[in-house]
Write a protein that binds this ligand. Structure first.
Ligand code: AP5
Ligand code: MG
Length: 191
């Protein structure tokens, strides 16, 4: 099973690239952010709980997110591979994820980390915010807070995969196709 963790700050291009990788490699794409937004738009209990936790650009709780992941893994046991986009985002999530995958006889194959400077991600998010309807894209304070949360709580997750020898940095600046080419090169080098 090809389990790819697609990593990077808010607005790095994870969702954009995951769509393309999904098609090329015939694997699935799970964005925890998208699952949560879908739950919120349907007004489910989980969505309401997440909305309270995420106020101002904060993370949802590990418990809530791990529940989503556990259910997803259970329901897609026979998939050829999955791109995990926006997960794991904290050390406890990374540790729990490793255990969950090990129980299924699999593990993370590689972490591909899109490296994009802060100014570029802010511009990308503000541009998207004009049309996305995403509440967390509208306000510069919320956007800056998302980046700060990434630096304080999420960036350490890269070290976790570095220790396991699974970390690959990928330059996330350029055209969408250029970046896609770099990601494919890193994946093809695994085979
Ligand atoms: P999530 O949905 O994961 O948002 P994010 O990490 O903030 O990232 P984005 O989706 O904003 O950006 P992206 O990297 O996917 O970039 P995209 O391809 O869209 O999470 C949202 C929230 O949910 C979190 O803040 C948190 O509260 C909660 N959450 C989610 N997962 C969680 C977890 N595991 N634990 C706890 N809480 C969790 O690109 C951005 C824009 O740039 C687009 O408009 C795109 O068209 C454009 N673009 C992309 N590539 C390029 C390029 N090369 N050149 C120019 N423009 C480009
Ligand atoms: Mg995204």
């Amino acid at each position: 099973m090809l389990n790819i963790v697609l990593f990077g700050p808010p607005g790095a291009g994870k969702g954009t690239q995951a769509e393309k990788l999904q098609k090329k490699y015939g694997i699935l794409h799970l964005s925890t952010g998208e699952v949560i937004r879908d739950e919120m738009s349907r007004g489910t209990e989980l969505g309401k709980q997440a909305a309270r936790q995420m106020e101002g650009g904060k993370l949802a709780s590990d418990e809530l997110v791990l529940g989503i992941i556990e259910k997803y893994i259970e329901e897609h046991k026979s998939a050829p591979g999955v791109i995990f986009d926006g997960f794991p985002r904290t050390l406890p999530q990374a540790e729990a994820f490793d255990k969950m995958l090990a129980q299924k006889g699999t593990g993370v194959t590689i972490m591909l980390a899109l490296e994009v400077p802060e100014k570029v991600v802010i511009d990308r998010i503000l541009t998207r915010g004009k049309t996305s309807g995403r509440a967390d894209d509208q306000n510069i304070d919320t956007i800056k807070n998302r980046i700060e949360v990434y630096e304080k709580q999420t960036a350490v997750v890269a070290d976790f995969y570095k220790k396991e020898g699974k970390f690959r940095a990928v330059d996330g600046v350029g055209t969408i196709d250029e970046i896609f080419g770099r990601l494919c090169e890193a994946i093809d080098a695994l085979r």
